[in-house]
Ligand binder design. Structure first.
Ligand code: AMP
Length: 481
């Protein structure tokens, strides 16, 4: 889900790209048919915490059709306690974790969304970004819809409610065939759960079973924590309907070429998950191995920028023969919104998060592997830190290609202007970072490493956007007139 952009109202409008920029990442879960639905959703969200650290929420529906909701700002473990979980009665639950940087960090936008639809509760949790939400919202508002939030996901609720189709399945079909972009969606209406993915399948969604209960989650690590068995991925364009333990598959959306997000494998998903039918750890090791073939270095050791680069650095070590060291130690208690009111300076944020083991760095020629370079600010601070610690030579390796284009489908990325590779050559970035050598994994090498899987969305590296950027194009047209 993303915050809906405000349209320019005259005066100095911000660039269309910035206005449209999606700034949210999410993790979702649903449990159907368990006496412990809320507790299972809580545990699953706990495992999906890396997908969103700003707000968390769970909606439950009991056998009488009554709904309960608890949402809060902060981490899953802080939002819920025994008392709040005990209050969430019901055998059906839907949960959501969310991260946003758009300044709309309000509880109002926390999911799941919960409304009363006719005589039933309707709850919705969404991961992904709709690229025509602004257009749909304007037309719905014009027809009288009143929006409770400024999240793009709410348009789906209005489209369902306004659909002229007679049955619920038809209304959901109708709504989903009008939205463009990325959605992995968990929705319940009364005692029925729907799990859906957009036709290109940008964001992951898996189904599992725990005894009689059916579980859906963004990643398999959420199934593992509750002991649920993985059954299969929800297919692109598929809508699964679950009621009383019975699972029915519908495919209402016209087929498109699948476009699974490759950045999930690079950075976003947990390495202990299987995403797109492959082990995330194995994919990252393959990226690291390929990186070592493409960009070898004369050095004493290799280490990762923990934790997202660990597997890639192990792959690099395997092929290069350089010993893998744990030379950078990460403080795990630093959140994304870490505030440092008195300490300033470029490197301080990095110093709070990472500290080198001096004995492994001082006087050494080192290879540092990071999974991706986005703004370049983390690596700039890290390199300064490693030089201060006495590194003799720093060879920086990135286990993915240069990120040149923002993501419009659900990964939080800065605007094009802030992406260092959009304005600098690799040599320019090397100079900027002050490293002895810099090597990125090539696009071909990356594709080759996961050739058994895909097809993938690689828009952040190539600028090839598979789903039309409807709102963005409209804003551009408006600004050009
Ligand atoms: P920077 O180049 O300073 O913007 O940060 C790049 C680092 O942030 C990489 O080491 C990644 O592990 C991590 N990273 C990549 N994408 C994201 C994202 N969407 N949100 C948060 N961190 C990210």
């Amino acid at each position: 889900m993303r915050k809906l952009p405000t349209e320019p109202t005259g005066g100095a409008a911000r660039p269309a790209q910035e206005v449209d920029k999606p700034r949210e990442e999410c993790g979702i879960v649903a449990v159907s048919g368990s006496g412990a639905a809320a507790e299972l959703a809580f545990l699953a969200l706990y495992a999906l915490q890396h997908r969103g650290q700003e707000s968390a929420g769970i909606v439950t529906v009991d056998d009488e059709g009554a709904s309960r909701v608890h949402k809060g700002m902060g981490l899953v473990a802080d939002v819920f306690n025994n008392r709040t979980l005990a209050g969430l009665e019901g055998s059906l639950s839907i949960g959501h974790v969310r991260y946003s940087t758009a300044g709309d960090s309000s509880l109002r936008n926390a999911q799941p969304l919960l409304v009363q639809y006719e005589d039933k509760p309707l709850a919705l949790a969404h991961n992904g970004n709709l690229t025509n939400a602004n257009q749909l919202q304007r037309s719905l508002a014009h027809d009288g819809s009143i929006f409770q939030t400024d999240a793009d996901s709410e348009v789906i609720v209005h489209l369902i409610a306004r659909s002229r189709r007679r049955d619920l399945d038809g209304k959901i079909d109708d709504a989903l065939s009008q939205v463009v972009g990325a959605f992995s969606l968990l929705l319940c209406i009364g005692d029925t759960v729907y799990a859906a993915r957009d036709a290109r399948g940008f964001r992951p969604l898996v189904m599992g079973r725990l005894g009689e209960a059916v579980v859906f989650a963004s990643e398999t690590c959420a199934l593992d924590i509750i002991g649920a068995a993985y059954v299969r991925d929800v297919a692109p364009g598929e809508v699964l309907k679950v009621r009383a333990g019975h699972v029915e598959s519908m495919r209402p959306l016209p087929p498109e070429t699948p476009s699974a997000c490759l950045f999930e494998l690079v950075y976003f998903a947990r390495p202990d998950s299987r995403v797109w039918g492959c082990s995330v750890d194995e994919a990252r090791r393959a990226f690291g191995r390929q990186l070592a073939h493409e960009h070898p270095a004369e050095a004493d050791c290799v280490f990762a920028v923990p934790d997202s680069s660990n597997s890639a650095a192990l792959g690099y070590s395997e092929v290069s023969g350089l010993p893998f060291e744990l030379a950078l130690i990460r403080n795990h208690y630093v959140g994304r919104t870490f505030i440092h009111p008195t300490q300033t300076g470029r490197d301080f944020k990095v110093r709070v998060k990472y500290n080198p083991v001096r004995e492994l760095v001082d006087g050494k020629r080192i290879v540092v592997v990071d999974d991706s370079l986005v703004r370049g600010t983390t690596s700039l601070g890290l390199v300064a830190l490693l030089r201060d610690t006495g590194a003799r030579e720093v060879h920086f390796r990135v286990a993915s290609p240069p990120v040149r284009s923002p993501c419009h489908y659900g990964i939080d990325m800065p605007t094009r202007e802030e992406l260092i590779a959009s304005s600098h050559s690799v040599e320019g970035i090397r100079e900027h970072l002050g490293v002895d050598s810099l090597g990125y994994l090539s696009m071909e090498g990356m594709r080759e490493a996961v050739a058994d899987h895909g097809p993938f969305c690689d828009a952040c590296w190539t600028g090839n956007y598979a789903a039309p950027l409807v709102d963005l194009e409209r804003l551009k047209a408006l600004q050009d007139t």
